[in-house]
Design a protein around this ligand. Structure first.
Ligand code: FMN
Length: 463
């Protein structure tokens, strides 16, 4: 019998994740506690009460819109700014939970792979095998400038860089220590068997790492690997490396096709069936009646900080949208020659999608209704469960649950929606035993032997 869908709680250690400016409202002010540990302890306890599979912490290492407009929109609104470091909180969250997976985002520019592998192995020990890694290549040019680069590296080159980064970590996690390297034989005075611990001697275009790994193999060795690549290079990277990937689909119909194509690609790349799980974003506004849910959604729209949203959107896409009047109809933007071919092609695609179903949308309406939390659904718990069912029937394996407020919102979901989902077999009622990987895949603690990271091996030592 297949397991119920996977649920990740999506978090960001910042005053506003996607509800830009909502900190100003009575409901949103709680997010200003983002610097404290206690509110997050509350979040993970709530997630565990709701039998979430994992907490998933997003992260960026720069300001979204420093290069766009007057460069202040996201700073003033506190949109994904400031950003506390996800790795710093994992031990504490692991200590107060027993089963919840703890997946952190870390990008390839912020850490050397040797120190990153060491950090994740340590966290996997301290959490008894519950750590995951969201592999990101970073899309913020300010992020690159913060780490000594002149600007953002080109898109496909970032994925090549990421592959080498991962290969270094695979060598450290999977190949540096053989099984049986820990001896602890008091009679011979041998704690570790040097013959079973190897240097990795990695030499590549960006990294030179001798090794050995300086942390004992942790329960999962490699953390569970999450990734969200939608481009051609991103998909290739996902089918080679990811164990859980995020689909861009905003409707179940789109997901059906996306899942099929991805799984065909994974099969062609030699991945075992079921070894690459697909998640979609699930963003909901919950009401005891449909009317209440709609009212809450309107309240959210009315309180979005538009400069923050536009700055976020500009930084995320690498296109300066700050000078466009939000009240401009999309068709006018599609035809505005001064915007250039690339930007106009984006507006053409949006207009062609006919998201207003015949109604002409303005740029503001499009951003609020479709770009802010794509696929957002407002309804009662029963309607949300119907909505979830539609996605499951389309073949997705689970959901990244996006809250309206990073802190304070989770009880609403767990107390009102989860019981309905559980009653319909759409959410687990108990945790399976074991590590995060064992819980998600039921095939043991380690990467499958056919996975690239296991198959890689160590190159012969250079002399
Ligand atoms: C659910 C989800 C979470 C993401 N989290 C982050 C994040 O925390 N930090 C980040 O820099 N990028 C994040 N991304 C962006 C992806 O890493 C990636 O850049 C994006 O999906 C575009 O991939 P592509 O260039 O292959 O199309 C996220 C994407 C998705 C869909």
């Amino acid at each position: 019998m297949p397991r119920p869908p996977i649920y990740n709680g999506f978090l960001h250690l910042t005053p506003n994740h996607h509800s830009h400016g909502y900190w100003r409202t009575d409901e949103g002010r709680i997010q200003l506690g983002y610097k404290d540990l206690d509110p997050y302890i509350d979040v993970v306890r709530t997630l565990e009460r709701g039998r979430f599979d994992s907490l998933f912490i997003a992260d960026v290492v720069g300001v979204y819109d420093l290069e766009y407009g007057d460069g202040t929109g996201t700073i003033r609104a506190g949109s994904q700014f400031p950003e506390n470091d996800p790795a710093a909180i994992v031990s504490a969250l692991g200590y107060v939970t027993e089963h919840l997976g703890l997946a952190i985002t870390s990008n390839i520019i912020q850490d050397h792979p040797f120190s990153f592998a060491r950090k994740l192995s340590s966290l996997d020990h301290y959490t008894h095998g519950r750590v995951g890694w969201n592999i990101v290549t970073s899309y913020l040019s300010n992020g690159f400038r913060n780490f000594g680069h002149n600007g953002i590296t080109s898109h496909d080159e970032r994925y090549e860089w990421a592959q080498e980064y991962l290969d270094v970590t695979y060598k450290l996690w999977e190949h540096s220590w053989e099984d049986g390297a820990v001896v602890a034989d008091a009679a011979s005075g041998t704690l570790f068997d040097p013959d079973k611990i190897h240097t990795i001697d990695h030499v590549g275009p960006r990294y030179k790492v001798q090794g050995p790994h300086i942390v004992e193999p942790s329960p999962q060795r490699t953390p569970v690997l999450f990734q969200a690549g939608n481009s051609t290079a991103g998909r290739e990277f996902a089918v080679r490396n990811a164990e859980v990937t995020f689909l861009p689909s905003v409707t179940p119909e789109a997901a059906r096709k996306d899942v099929r194509e991805l799984q065909e690609q994974a099969r062609a790349a030699g991945r075992a069936p079921g070894s690459l799980k697909t998640l979609v974003q699930l963003s909901t506004v919950i009401g005891s009646t449909e009317e209440e849910a709609r009212r809450k959604q309107q309240h959210l729209h009315d309180n979005i900080d538009f400069d923050g949203l536009i700055g976020f959107y500009s930084g995320g896409s690498g296109i300066d949208f700050t000078s466009i009047d939000p009240e401009t109809p999309l068709t006018e933007l599609r035809d505005r020659v001064a915007l250039g071919d690339h930007v106009r092609s984006i507006f053409r695609a949006i207009v062609d999608a006919d998201l207003g179903r015949g109604r002409e949308l303005t740029w503001r309406e499009y951003l609020l209704e479709h770009a802010l939390l794509p696929g957002r659904f407002a309804g009662t718990p029963e309607q949300i469960a119907d909505h979830v069912q539609g996605w499951v029937e389309a073949g997705v394996d689970g959901f990244n649950v996006v809250p309206i407020t990073t802190l304070g919102w989770w009880g609403e979901w767990v107390d009102h929606v989860v019981p309905v989902l559980q009653a319909r077999g759409l959410a687990q009622t108990e945790y399976a035993e074991g590590t995060l990987r064992q819980k998600l895949f039921g095939q043991g603690d380690r990467l499958p032997v056919t996975h690239h990271g296991r198959a890689l091996g160590l190159a012969p030592a250079l002399t």
